[in-house]
Design a protein around this ligand. Structure first.
Ligand code: HEM
Length: 183
C-alpha cells in the first residue's frame, strides 16, 4: 500500500484523536516500517490493518467505522492532491463512472506498484450507478467512505445500498442513487 495512504491516515488520526493517540498506535502496533512512511514508498497492507485495529481498541470505535471515516476524509484530500482528475462540470455519479477506466489507471501510471481494487461499473440510469468492488484487500468500508466523500465534495445527496456478494468481503456491490435520502 502506498505511503501516501499511511501518511494521510496518520494525519487524520492526529487531527481527530490527537497527537498522543497517533503516537500510541504507531508505537504499539507491530510495524516492520517502524511507522516511518514516505509518501512515495510502499508498505505492507497488513500495517494499515494493524494501525486501524489498534486505533479501534484505543478509541472504542469499530474498525469498519474507522475505515469508513478515513475513506470519507481521504476523498477531500484527493481533490487537493490530484486536481486534474476533477472538472467543474462533473457530478458524483459521473466521477464514479470514471474510476475503473480513467482514474485508477492514471493512479497506476503515477505509482506502478499501487495495489488497486477492480470495479465493475454499470450505469443503470442517469441517477443510478452500480459499482461492484472486487479486491483481496477487502477494503469495502473504505470504498463506502470514499463514495460518501465524493457526494459531499460535489454537494450532492445520494443513498448507497451495500450488498455483500462474497462472505469474506472481497466482492461487495454498491448501488448509488442520486437525490434519494442522504446518509
Ligand atoms: C481522485 C480520486 C481517486 C484517487 C486519486 C485514488 C487513488 C488511490 C490510491 C493512490 C490508492 C492506494 C493504492 C495503494 O496503496 O497501493 C487507492 C486505493 C483504493 N481506492 Fe482509489 N482513488 C480515487 C478514488 C476512489 C474512489 C471514488 C473509490 C471508491 C468508490 C476508490 C476506491 C479505492 C479503494 C477501495 C482502494 C483500496 C485498495 C483496495 O481496496 O484494493 N478510489 N486509490
Amino acid at each position: 500500500m502506498k505511503g501516501m495512504v499511511f501518511t494521510e491516515f496518520l494525519e487524520m488520526v492526529e487531527d481527530r484523536f490527537g497527537y498522543s493517540t497517533a503516537d500510541k498506535i504507531v508505537s504499539e502496533s507491530p510495524l516492520g516500517s517502524n511507522g516511518i512512511y514516505t509518501a512515495v514508498g510502499t508498505y505492507p497492507h497488513g500495517e494499515m490493518l494493524s494501525l486501524v485495529g489498534r486505533l479501534s481498541e484505543v478509541t472504542g470505535i469499530e474498525a469498519s467505522g474507522l475505515f469508513y471515516q478515513f475513506g470519507k476524509h481521504l476523498f477531500g484530500r484527493f481533490h487537493s492532491m490530484y486536481p486534474s482528475f476533477f472538472s467543474a462540470d462533473m457530478n458524483a455519479l459521473d466521477f464514479h463512472a470514471r474510476i475503473e477506466n480513467y482514474i485508477h489507471p492514471e493512479v497506476f501510471k503515477l505509482y506502478p506498484d499501487a495495489e488497486l481494487p477492480r470495479f465493475v461499473i454499470t450505469r443503470e440510469s442517469v441517477d443510478v450507478l452500480v459499482m461492484e468492488y472486487i479486491s483481496g484487500r477487502k477494503m469495502h468500508d473504505f470504498a463506502e467512505g470514499l463514495i460518501h466523500g465524493c457526494a459531499a465534495h460535489f454537494k450532492e445527496t445520494v443513498s448507497v445500498r451495500k450488498e455483500v456478494i462474497s462472505e469474506d468481503g472481497s466482492r461487495v456491490k454498491f448501488t448509488i442513487s442520486r437525490g434519494a435520502d442522504g446518509n
